[in-house]
Design a protein around this ligand. Structure first.
Ligand code: NAD
Length: 453
């Protein structure tokens, strides 16, 4: 441990916890990473990352070798000065955030800390009020030999983005620390000093709200531009240009303003649902959040309609999904548009082919019946439609001539506006993008005269 290094335990070794454990070790701290998943811990202890995240593998091995990082299924928290909670908070069927894992983790901490007085730092995205729940759980816990005690609790919401999580850890836009114990918040802030990021100190509930409000705003931007895209489609305007020019206005900004298949992943959908749920609990009417969710779900349906319209039917048609991860740079397919598209397509009798450079394994576990290929061209061979679902570079740079040569019906749906429209049309395809109707439909007619429009 470097001079000044602290003893840190991280509970949960998923996308957030693993990145945190590895990067805190890289900052020179002595880190124990804990998870209930034995297979995951065994893999990580052997130096193999369980997620794809640029830069993570090297840092993982380096810090394991340096002895600053270890992985265990034991709740090794008795020595910790800081305990980071990074367990999952999935949606319940009603849309609320499920706090089962958070509660379980806190109870296990209480049973295992002995006489220590660590600071508990919550990074899991959890509803406003969770910090107080943790406080209650810790101070009331005395079952099974646990000791009732008050421990300092700090809400420290996480803003890292999958696909650039390591980079985001070392270069955060801001650190938010909410607590009733300002001295504890200050000690947590010191852990982040080397990152030179602005720190926002606030109370517990405000910190929790900052996370939900931030994610809800990002989701709103995406649904907003998707709604504009459907209007553009009706009136014949070009949504890509609309979005680009809007984004040049610095009050608006270009980020999260790309029309496409809508938001997915493990955070935005569940966090918007959880905030809408929380609003109703407190008697508010979250009309805007509900609309954001509805527009998002409709985006997937719109793409299916476009393919059905172009091909006449989906029954027996082969559709290639190019890209499966919810965004480039990750292997995460949680709530990914590809999952909805595959379900909807197969439900209408289509045969789905798929390609993704990193997400093949999790997608295969969910859809063993979907044939996967090791290149976009292989996935599109014999297909009646190729859909750009995730804008990986391999897909952006696809050889359109080769694609045209292998497809049975020349139809490209650019669901991410990632390809050059004129180039696609020039290569002899029928083409549609989100926000634009189908162009070049005569190519489809020429290739398969029967059963199409
Ligand atoms: P994840 O599902 O990838 O990982 C959670 C891990 O916690 C799993 O490995 C699971 O086995 C482990 N776990 C569950 N219960 C446990 C327990 N009682 N003790 C020890 N380990 C336990 O989740 P994630 O994507 O890392 O997200 C974690 C939290 O961070 C969530 O609340 C999420 O909303 C939030 N968050 C995620 C991101 C992201 O990009 N993934 C970004 C910001 C915030």
């Amino acid at each position: 441990m470097k001079e000044g290094g602290r003893r840190i335990s991280v509970i949960g070794t998923g996308y957030v916890g693993l990145v945190y454990a590895v990067c805190m070790a890289e900052l020179g701290h002595d880190v124990v990473a804990i998870d209930v998943d034995e297979a995951k811990i065994a893999r990580l202890a052997a130096g193999h990352s369980t997620i794809y995240e640029p830069g993570l593998d090297d840092l993982l091995r380096r810090n394991l070798d340096a002895g600053r990082l270890r992985f265990t299924t034991e709740y090794a928290v008795a020595d910790a000065e800081f305990i980071f909670l990074a367990v999952s908070t999935p949606s319940t069927p009603e849309g609320a955030a499920d706090l089962r894992h958070v509660r379980e983790a806190v109870q296990k901490i209480a049973r295992n800390i002995g006489d220590a007085r660590p600071i508990i730092i919550n990074k899991s995205t959890a509803p406003v009020g969770t910090g107080e729940t943790l406080d209650y759980l810790l101070s009331s816990h005395n079952a099974n030999g646990g000791t009732a005690r008050e421990l300092p609790i700090v809400a420290n919401p996480e803003f890292l983005r999958e696909g650039s999580a390591v980079q985001d850890f070392f270069h955060p836009d801001r650190i938010v620390l909410g607590s009733r114990d300002q001295a504890a918040a200050q000690r947590v802030a010191e852990l982040y000093t080397p990152l030179r990021a602005p720190v926002v100190f606030t109370d517990l509930k405000t910190a929790e709200m900052i996370k939900y409000a931030s994610n809800a705003f990002l989701a709103t931007k995406i649904s907003f531009i998707n709604e504009i895209a459907s209007i553009c489609e009706g009136v014949g305007a070009n949504v890509a240009d609309v979005a680009r020019a809007m984004g040049m206005d610095e009050r608006i900004g270009e980020k999260f303003l790309q029309p496409g298949l809508g938001f997915g992943g493990s955070c935005l959908p569940k966090d918007v649902r959880a905030l809408a749920y929380l609003a109703t609990v407190y008697g508010a009417h979250p009309q805007m959040l509900n609309a954001v969710l509805q527009i998002n779900a409709a985006q997937r349906q719109r793409v299916i309609r476009m393919v059905r319209d172009a091909l006449g039917t989906l029954e027996g048609r082969v559709v290639a999904l190019l890209g499966l991860a919810f965004k480039p740079g990750t292997d995460d397919i949680r709530e990914a548009p590809s999952v909805d598209l595959a379900r909807l397509l197969m439900n209408e009798g289509a045969v789905v082919h798929a390609y993704d450079p990193f997400a093949a394994e999790p997608f295969g576990a969910l859809f063993p019946e979907v044939q996967q290929f090791d290149s976009p061209i292989a996935a599109a061979t014999g297909a009646d439609a190729a859909l750009v679902v995730t804008e990986w570079d391999q897909i952006r740079r696809i050889d359109l001539g080769a694609l045209r040569a292998v497809m049975r019906t020349p139809l490209v749906g650019d669901c991410r506006n990632a390809l050059d429209r004129d180039a696609v049309l020039g290569a002899g395809f029928a083409y549609f993008a989100v926000g634009s109707g189908i162009s070049g439909i005569e190519h489809v007619r020429a290739s398969e005269p029967a059963g199409v429009l």
